[in-house]
Write a protein that binds this ligand. Sequence first.
Ligand SMILES: [Ca+2]
Length: 124
Amino acid sequence: MSIFSIGVDDLTAQKRFEPDSRYAKHDLDGDGIVSDEELRREERMIRIENSDRMADQQRRMVWVSLLSVCAGVVVVLTPLVSEARLNIIIPFLQVWSITNLGIVATFMAASAWSKRNGSKKEKI
Ligand SMILES: [Ca+2]
């Protein structure tokens, strides 16, 4: 065995990506090798993006809850609802308001709790 062929087997045994592989984008420094560190960094970025999207979604849901309660109260106060139907609508609106404001309160409590826990982790 020639000394020039030593290590060639290791080089040729290295895995490569097909030209349009979706994993090729994980090679962040462009050296042609996707290292474990690059994969970890990509995984962390994906987790951060997902949690950001989830927070946006929760914020939207809370806004819809809050605005639907306000809209419900405003609609009941307008002449659109006759006095005869108020006896039916008001109990429904009470339950609607309590459940939706419960969603808002839960969201605010959860964000305050997570903010407090997040700031504790940063100090460590
Ligand atoms: Ca790389």
